[in-house]
Write a new protein. Structure first.
Length: 451
């Protein structure tokens, strides 16, 4: 029995658990990409059908709360963009924190390649966009082509199966998460028009309260949720985009379980032994209060045996993947093109900047910075990954979609510019996905591993 237990510990090592966790995360992103694509198609069909008027009325329907003379109301699309998307950014923040602690961003040498690649993949698209729009009405949209949609990018890789190495999937996931960090900073710093510093002070105070929860060992979800909602409201009032509240709250969530694994198993084993000693065969469970007490202790210990970060990410990732993001796509991807002059739209500086930024800027920036990182010997390619794989990952990085649509809403107040940007995002993302798939599908087997 001791040998079996030792063997189980060998196979259940930290690296194997990390890989298993990544595999589960990867599969969730794959299925999520399918749901997100379906939601996008539905939004486009609704916007370009006779149902468009009803669709637009639904999006702009006011929903809120009235208490006496106090009223708080937002349109449906604003509830999705300013409230539900906070949950998405909260999960992104949890993923970032996990990656920084135990993932691909935890070790400096491993983290260097995806971080530098992500940096190149943000700078080059922004530069291309600004080259076409500097001084014009679309100048503020430079952040639109900087983002990578992790769900769609990993979904494309899933279609390739064993044709691409696991190291490429890990590299692209880490790159996209590093890209998310950049996108969050861009939104917080450059897409905030006016700041109410009093409310920002309230945000800071509530953030300190959340940090104190962690220091005091609070591992229940509801205290963080209550203070988190208050922090969101204060952030909304401060002028800084409210979704940043999700990231701030995520950074305060404890990443360490209250009970060590061996302590948990010891206590659970003791409770199970107590049940064995006192249980009477055939007796109704309602009669045995001691058994109920032991079962309650096992449930309590199971809660304390998981880090709050793990527990919340596991609970909320499906919610954001299968509900929040598809709902965001339903509200934001419905661009009306049946009456638009597509040729003129695509020739506009905004659309050209987005398309060239995503389709050309992303792969050029990612590959160039990856090459520089290897040249300076600050990083190395993952095992089995070739330069063609890196180029393919760079092309897939041009799938901007979710965050690009989000930034487009923040960048422009002119509806015509928003429409131009959204059409360009959808076209560029579709092209990047198809081109990345073709490149990795038909070219991967003919390359040699880079050193």
């Amino acid at each position: 029995m001791t040998e079996a237990r030792t063997e189980r510990r060998r196979t259940d090592s930290v690296p194997s658990r990390v890989l298993e966790g990544f595999a589960a995360f990867f599969q969730a992103e794959v299925s999520g990409a399918i749901v997100l694509l379906a939601a996008t198609v539905i939004a486009l069909v609704l916007a370009n059908s006779p149902l468009n008027e009803a669709y637009q009325n639904l999006l702009h329907m006011e929903i809120g709360v009235v208490v006496g003379g106090w009223e708080f109301a937002l349109s449906l699309v604003h509830w999705v963009d300013d409230a539900l998307m906070v949950l998405f950014f909260f999960v992104v923040g949890l993923e970032i924190k996990r990656e920084l602690i135990v993932g691909e961003l935890a070790e400096r040498r491993k983290a260097a390649l995806p971080i530098l690649a992500a940096l190149g993949g943000m700078i080059a698209p922004a530069a291309i966009f600004l080259a076409l729009n500097a001084g014009g009405p679309g100048e503020s949209g430079w952040g639109i082509p900087m983002a990578t949609d992790i769900a769609f990018a990993l979904g494309i890789l899933a279609l390739l199966g064993s044709r691409v190495p696991t190291g490429l999937r890990v590299f692209l996931a880490a790159l996209a998460i590093a890209d998310d960090i950049g996108a969050i900073l861009v939104i917080a710093i450059f897409y905030t028009e006016q700041v109410a510093f009093v409310w920002l002070g309230v945000v800071a105070l509530l953030f300190l309260v959340l940090l104190a929860f962690g220091r005091l060992g609070v591992d229940r979800s509801w205290p963080y949720a209550l203070v988190g909602v208050a922090l969101w409201a204060a952030m909304l009032a401060s002028g800084v985009h409210a979704t940043i509240a999700g990231v701030l709250v995520a950074l305060t969530i404890p990443a360490t379980a209250r009970l060590e694994p061996l302590e948990f198993t010891r206590r659970t084993r003791s409770a199970c032994d107590a049940i064995d000693d006192t249980a009477v065969p055939g007796e109704h469970t309602l009669v045995d209060e001691e058994r109920v007490s032991e079962l309650a202790s096992i449930r309590r210990d199971a809660l304390h045996g998981m880090a709050p970060l793990q527990r919340m990410e596991a609970a909320l990732h499906p919610v954001t993947t299968y509900f929040v993001l598809p709902l965001f796509a339903l509200c934001n991807a419905g661009v009306r093109v049946v009456e638009a002059d597509i040729g003129a739209t695509l020739a506009s500086p905004v659309a050209l900047g987005v398309i060239l930024g995503l389709v050309i800027g992303k792969p050029v920036g990612i590959v160039a910075m990856s090459w520089l990182a290897l040249r300076l010997r600050v990083a190395h390619l993952p095992e089995g990954v070739t330069w063609l794989h890196v180029v393919g990952a760079g092309v897939l990085g041009g799938i901007g979609f979710t965050v690009s649509l989000f930034v487009a809403n923040l960048a422009f107040s002119d509806a015509a510019l928003v429409t131009e940007a959204k059409i360009a995002i959808i076209i560029a993302s579709a092209f990047a996905g198809a081109a990345g798939y073709a490149l990795l599908r038909f070219g991967g087997s003919r390359t040699k591993t880079a050193h």
